[in-house]
Ligand binder design. Structure first.
Ligand code: FDP
Length: 336
């Protein structure tokens, strides 16, 4: 059978009534921007794109040159297409309404232009994460508050991982599908449809250096994982930590696992490290559509009512039964 390119896949989805023309266009534009980012990431030192930009983002984190460049690529590509009412990014303090000089559409796009960017300089996989929401009726100049919709309201979510191959992972609520970039042809080709995450796992991912700051339920849960075969879980677990969320989620979609970034006492002002709107929610949608789960440890991620564009949340995601196990430790602790 002839391989299916993303464009054809989206046109067929439109013909079947699963997406409308505007959403198809939006996804085509995001995919094109990701190809441009992929080229820049792939050039590495030859493209003069490595290293710090010398600036900080709204959250006080040092920006890499590629953070800034990826943000510009996504902004520029999406601004004039006519399918969006507004954009929001990890790299911008506030939402950006589409200027009135361009046609406006009904969607809102949120993105983390380059997640895991602390890994760029060491040539480890990084990625772009995005989430699509509907612009509330009657709103033509969307502001931050119009983006504050729960993850269950997402119409589409995806990420692109820039690794040995560049892979775009997509869901619009009808399963999770993977497209690999054919660098010679310049198009994304469907390489796995209806991805299913194994329900059980023997692999976990957490930054162990934060152990002394973890709250009791996480301490107890990880203690029991580490106890292995002779502990209460009765099996040995393996550990991975890439420090690039997109790569960790990609591993989990491929072979299962649980990834965690819990809240801790290191900086009590921060309820976790990862951001709800453009990291946890899109990954939650992608995982649920693949039979996995995404939780705050105390409830379904997609049901969290957001309070801020850059809000942080504790994250437990991956194989369904293991995420439920992590939640059980939280509920037991809360009951005691
Ligand atoms: P980064 O800051 O490099 O963009 O989004 C935050 C994130 O990366 C995740 O991709 C990654 O999982 C995590 O931070 C890494 O955190 P540690 O520095 O604690 O390892």
């Amino acid at each position: 059978m002839k391989p299916t390119a993303l464009s054809r896949y989206l046109i067929e989805a439109q013909h079947q009534g699963h997406i409308n023309a505007d959403l198809r266009l939006l996804l085509e534009v995001v995919a094109r921007a990701c190809k441009t980012i992929s080229t820049a990431v792939g050039k590495g030192a030859l493209g003069d794109v490595l290293g710090d930009a010398g600036t900080g983002n709204v959250q006080g984190e040092a920006q890499k040159k590629l953070d800034v460049l990826s943000n510009e690529i996504l902004l520029e590509a999406n601004e004039w297409g006519g399918h969006l009412a507004g954009l929001a990014s990890e790299e911008m303090e506030h939402a950006h309404a589409i200027p009135s000089s361009y046609p406006r559409g009904n969607y809102l796009l949120l993105f983390d232009p380059l997640d895991g960017s602390s890994n760029i300089d060491v040539n480890v996989s990084v990625g772009t994460i995005f989430s699509v929401l509907r612009c509330p009726d009657g709103v033509t100049e969307p502001r931050d508050e119009h983006f504050l919709q729960p993850g269950s309201a997402q119409v589409c979510a995806g990420y692109t991982v820039y690794g040995p191959s560049t892979i775009l992972v997509l869901t619009f609520g009808r399963g999770t599908h993977m497209f690999t970039l054919d660098r010679e042809q310049g198009s994304f080709i469907l390489t796995r449809s209806d991805v299913q995450v194994p329900e059980d796992t023997r692999e976990f991912a957490i930054n162990m250096s934060n152990q002394r700051f973890w709250h009791p339920p996480v301490q107890n849960y990880i203690r029991d994982l580490l106890a292995g075969k002779t502990g209460p879980r009765g099996k040995d677990f393996n550990m991975r930590w890439i420090a690039s969320m997109v790569s960790e989620v990609h591993r989990i979609l491929t072979r299962g696992g649980i990834f965690m970034y819990p809240a801790d006492s290191k900086d009590p002002g921060k309820p976790g490290r990862l951001r709800l709107m453009y990291e946890a929610n899109p990954m939650g949608f992608i995982l649920e559509q693949a039979g996995g789960a995404c939780s705050t440890g105390r409830g379904r991620m997609l049901e969290v009512q957001p309070e801020g564009l850059h809000q942080r949340v504790p994250v437990f995601l991956g194989s369904r039964n293991e995420v439920a196990e992590a939640e059980r430790y939280h509920h037991e602790h809360d009951r005691a």
